[in-house]
Each structure stands twice: as C-alpha cells, then as structure tokens.
Design a binder for this molecule. Structure first.
Ligand code: SAM
Length: 411
C-alpha cells in the first residue's frame, strides 16, 4: 500500500469554491482551487511550467496563478471545458467588453423588431431541439448566437459565449439542478416562459464582474496559459509540475461531462457534442479485464458479479494508466505530480484509484511521496449513486478525496 495520511488541513469545511476564485460557469466535479494553492505552497512550487492534462474549468490554473506560476498548459476533450478555461485566463480589456456589450445589445434589439429578420436565420443543428426548447426560446437564442458570431475579436467572442452557454441551460426545459439531461415535468413546462435576453444580460454582468474582480487583476503580461482541445500528448513539452483532478470513472456511470455540456456544445456549433462522453476516459469498450496491479483484485471481484461492469471499469483504468504514462514521460526529473481523486464504489467494491495512480507513476520513473486524505464536503458532484445499479438503492460513495503526490526520480 502507498502511504495515506488523513490531513484535516485540506478539508476546507464550510468553504465554497467561490470563496477563492468564483467559477464563471457551472461545471461538474470542479476541484477546489484552495487545494492546489495549499499543496503548491507546501511543496514550495512557485515557478516553472504547470500542466493539467484534464483541466475542466481550469481550477488548477487558478491555484498556479495564486502561487506565482506564469506558464501553464492544459488539455480537455470537452470543448465547453476548453472555452471556460481559456476565457478565465485570457487578458481582455473590460472597456472593450462593455463597448461590445453595448453594440451587441443594440444590434439585437434592432434586429428582433422585424420578425422577418429572425425567420431568415437558419435553424441551429440541435438534437431534438423542440423537446428541449420552446419556439420563442429557439428564436432568441438563434439571434443571440448570430450576433455573437459576428464579434471579430476571438477572445471577446469567447467571453460572450460563456453567459450564452449558461443561458442555454437556464432557458431550456432541462432540470437545472441535475448534471444529466432530464426534462422538466410537463406541468412545469406550461408555466416556463423565460426572458431569454434578460437572462443573458444578467449572466453577462455576473460573468463580467467575476472576471474583472477575481481573474483579470491576477493575469500579468507575463502570464501564459495555453489550453488545447485534445488528449494530452507527451511530445508537447516538458513540465515541472502536473496538478490535476482526473475523472473518477467513465462518464456514462459517474460524472457525465459530455451530457452535462451537450446542449451548450451543440449551440456552440460542436457537431459531435453527443459523442463526447464516449470519447472521454473509459468511453471505449475493452475486451479483457485488467489482470495486473492494485486494481486487478477489485476488477476480479466485480467480474464475479457483473462481467460487463468489470470490463467497463477495466476500460477506464486502462485509459487512465496510458494517460499517466504519457504525463510521466513529460515531467522533468525532480518534478512533481499532484493528482486529486476520489475512490468510487462499483458493485459494493471500493476502487482504490489513489493507489492505482501512485502505482502507475512509480512504474513510470516516479517515487510516491505521500497521499493525503481529505474530507469531501464541497465538491459539486453527485454525493449518492447506485453502486449496485439497483433501483432505489443508493449509497454515499465518496466521502473522502485523495491528494496523491509523486516525484520524478528517473529521467
Ligand atoms: C474532474 S474533471 C476536471 C475538473 C477541473 N479540475 C475543474 O476544476 O474544473 C475531469 C475532466 O477530464 C476531462 N477528460 C476526461 N477524459 C479525458 C481525456 N482522455 N483527455 C482529456 N480530458 C479528459 C473531462 O472532460 C473533465 O473536464
């Protein structure tokens, strides 16, 4: 067993994500930036290049920024995640944003005065559009997107897309407090008549104020944050530290990042939006179970009750293992790997992902230093799931989170 120490310093009881850096857009299973800040400080890391290979909405970059790191790189294969991370860490002039807001608002209102203008716009390619949006909402979103696309400056356009994506979610028939796509009850639909443009500008103003007050002041001219829409590729560059929170399992049975982002991604013009969950870790089927290493025993226990689930679990660890190999190969000697992860339960078997991560890094030139166990009280993710997949049978699965720390010892 790789050593695990319960460390209450990392619990942050009563603290929410936003007490440090407010998120500009909802995203599932975000990491508390405070974790990254304190762990980087504890390890005395304040310079060099930081990598987050599964960066989501970019919490690790907030941590890096707070600790003085100036060069950061990230990847994610969810386009919405890439957009969120990019906007947070790109310097944009607040004056230009407000100027564009004014012009955008005027164009929008002038345009919608004439119904024919709206009719001339082509209908967006959204799966089951009428199931998720009312006719009036579709019209308003279409006009808004039309004018956002006309913004020539890419950074400003990206900024405008963030409140747009939040608006898409809020004015759709989805139940907004769920990560998966569920439609409201039919009796709720009758009274659901959102003021789309009003919602958009309210969201814009909130996004603007969070960006201006919390992100912009920390972005120096020398700060470089580069986010790629891709899987991490070790040929990219070499890094001094990797700070990340990888997925806990495949998207289908844990956190459905793709499904959460599907409507937004489709409105943003991503034509494979519905396929994203199958592109993420563990999304592709495997023919054989994992037979070696710390996870093999757990897989075999699951296999004895459910062969399909065992293969799904194996597919996820297979992908996570390959990805760690890539990441490990691109860290300088003496560099650190910090992975924040939960150990989920499948078919009543708890999978020790923290141990798997330590093992994979050790197989790839690293030495495990320590793993801290922290109480999980803030993460915005399902606290209960159905580990046996039996209807109605739920269990509090992850009450702890693990901060796995390894150091590269071989070249
Ligand atoms: C736990 S979330 C990261 C959350 C992030 N730390 C934050 O605070 O927002 C995991 C992320 O991994 C991404 N992901 C899953 N499989 C991936 C892969 N093979 N390559 C890159 N990103 C992946 C998902 O899209 C998701 O955004």
């Amino acid at each position: 067993m790789y050593k695990v120490i319960r460390n209450t310093k990392y619990d942050y009881i009563g603290q929410s994500y936003s007490s440090s850096y407010p998120n500009l857009h909802k995203y599932p299973a975000t990491m508390l930036p405070q974790i990254g800040i304190d762990i980087l400080k504890e390890l005395n890391i304040s310079k060099g290049r930081l990598l987050d290979p599964y960066c989501g909405s970019g919490s690790s970059f907030s941590s890096g920024l707070e600790c003085g790191i100036k060069e950061m790189y990230g990847c994610d294969i969810n386009p919405l995640a890439v957009l969120l991370s990019k906007v947070k860490f790109t310097k944009i002039s607040p004056g230009k944003l407000l100027e564009t807001r004014k012009a955008f608002r005027k164009s929008l209102y002038d345009f919608i005065k004439n119904e024919r203008n709206i009719e001339a716009l082509s209908r967006p390619q959204i799966t089951n559009i009428d199931f998720w949006f009312s006719k009036e909402v579709i019209k308003n979103l279409t006009v808004m997107k039309y004018f956002i696309d006309k913004i020539t400056n890419e950074n400003i356009r990206n900024f405008f897309l963030i409140p747009f994506s939040e608006t898409v979610r809020e004015v759709s028939y989805t139940r907004n407090n769920e990560f998966k796509l569920f439609r409201m009850k039919s009796e709720e639909l009758l009274n659901f008549n959102p003021d789309v443009i009003g919602v958009y500008f309210k969201k814009f103003d909130n996004t603007f104020s969070s960006y201006k007050n919390f992100y912009l002041p920390k972005l120096k001219d020398t700060t470089k944050v580069e986010i790629k829409y891709d899987k991490f590729n070790s040929a990219d560059k070499h890094f001094d530290v990797v700070l990340t929170s990888p997925p806990y399992g495949d998207s289908r049975t844990t956190v459905a990042y793709g499904q959460f982002s599907a409507l937004s991604n489709e409105w943003l013009g991503i034509d494979y939006a519905r396929k994203i969950d199958s592109m993420l870790m563990g999304g592709q089927k495997l023919k054989e179970n994992i037979k070696k290493g710390v996870i093999a025993d757990f897989v075999s226990q699951i296999d004895s009750v459910d062969k399909k689930r065992a293969l799904e679990v194996s597919a996820f660890y297979n992908d996570l293992g390959s990805s760690i190999k890539e990441v490990a190969g691109s860290i300088f000697k003496g560099g650190k790997a910090i992975y924040v992860v939960g150990n989920r339960t499948v078919k009543n078997v708890q999978l020790l992902t923290d141990q798997f991560i330590a093992e994979k890094f050790e197989e790839n030139g690293f030495k495990h230093l320590i793993t801290y166990e922290r109480a999980l009280s803030n993460k915005s993710m399902p606290r209960k799931n159905s580990p046996t997949n039996e209807k109605g049978k739920t269990l509090n699965t992850m009450l702890s989170e693990y901060i796995v720390i390894c150091e590269k010892v071989l070249n």
